[in-house]
Ligand binder design. Structure first.
Ligand code: AVI
Length: 352
């Protein structure tokens, strides 16, 4: 570890701002499961308030691996469509930052595997934009894997990079104190914003804005509204990869909470809800059953065909993107889309 608290990883380094507390995270997961599965489906209000679990718990090591598999599926269009947008419009995006003529903190929320960002990094370097790249992820493993995987490539590109093991807001606050006055460009790619409902998406953007300064930019990925058949195919793929992704949540409860779920007794069900404008993923019980959760010291009952909602994936229109941004105090500078208008990377600016 360096004097400034940074940790070297190959030719690059990272700072750890978030201390992973295994016991606290497990307790949080347990409380979440207790609240989400406590609904008694035989009671009337279960129609309005079914059993739920948050999609944020999909991403343990196994879930993250299956998600990478999803992104490579032909049916799951968002990843390759966003990549194509960045390939097609990267030059214009880079030129926008060049015309600001100031050095930039290029901040990425959620490190990912770096594949999509790579395109943008190359454009920025070739355009001569002066920047340092700060991938932020709550998981130390994710930052280490990214730095390790990209070590030689980035070295050859002459990229300046420093990782942050932190939650999004902690990372942005650190940048404000360590690099005051530097223009921030925040990347939130991959339509992760769609996993928030509309109220929480606005709340998230508003909180982000409070950590930034007027004139700072964001590039946010939005999946667009489209023919529900295309959505259906992407979220209930015929290869069963998304089903495995969803069912892994049951296995995670077995592994971490000593639950006795039999994944064969549930199925993955995904559909587009046009009223909400969102894809929904559910785990549906194939029969009436009782599941014991050791860490809760109690059984959870499921009726036959009762569901647990595990994910929303909201889809947007241009108008909604503009409205959401403005409500959060952000201006829509430019929207970059593919030719089918399936996906949009929206360049936003923090208003003064
Ligand atoms: C991570 N997130 C943007 C993905 C999505 O499309 O909502 C997660 C996912 N769920 C099913 N397939 C992919």
């Amino acid at each position: 570890m360096g004097l400034d608290g940074s940790v070297r990883e190959g030719h690059f380094s990272y700072t750890k701002l978030h201390y992973e507390d295994g016991a606290a995270s497990l307790k949080q997961f347990l409380d979440h499961v207790a609240a989400g599965l406590s609904v008694d489906a035989s009671k009337e209000d279960a129609i309005a308030h079914p059993k739920t679990l948050s999609s944020m718990y999909f991403y343990d090591d196994k879930g993250s691996e299956i998600y990478q598999e999803i992104t490579r599926l032909r049916e799951y269009y968002p990843t390759r469509t966003e990549l194509a947008i960045l390939e097609r419009h990267g030059q214009v995006i880079a030129n926008r930052f060049l015309s600001n003529k100031q050095p930039i903190n290029l901040v990425e929320l959620g490190a990912g595997d770096g594949h999509k960002t790579e395109v943008l990094l190359q454009y920025l370097i070739h355009a001569g934009v002066e920047f340092e790249y700060f991938p932020i992820d709550i998981s130390r493993k994710a930052i280490e894997q990214l730095l390790r995987a990209k070590d030689q490539e980035w070295l050859e590109l002459g990229l300046k990079c420093h990782g942050l093991v932190a939650d999004h807001m902690e990372g942005l606050r650190w940048l404000r104190t360590q690099r005051p006055g530097v223009h921030n460009v925040v990347l939130f790619l991959g339509s992760s914003i769609g996993n928030y409902d509309l109220v929480n998406a606005e709340k998230f953007l508003r909180t982000l804005r409070t950590e930034l300064s007027p004139g700072d930019n964001l590039l946010v990925g939005f999946d667009m509204k489209k023919d529900p058949h295309i959505l259906q195919n992407a979220y209930a793929d015929p290869h069963g990869v998304t089903a495995r992704f969803n069912l892994n949540l049951l296995e995670r409860m077995n592994r971490e909470l000593g639950a006795s779920f039999d994944p064969d007794q549930f199925f993955h069900h995904a559909f587009y809800n046009p009223g909400l404008g969102s894809m929904e993923s559910w785990l549906v019980s194939k029969c009436e059953q009782r599941v014991y959760i050791e860490a809760l010291q109690r059984d959870v009952m499921f009726l036959a065909y009762e569901g647990v909602r595990t994910e929303y994936s909201f889809k947007y229109t241009r108008k909604q993107i503009k409205r959401l941004s403005e409500a959060a105090g952000l201006g829509l500078v430019e929207a970059f889309s593919d030719e089918n208008q399936w996906f949009t990377d929206a360049l936003l600016v923090v208003k003064g």
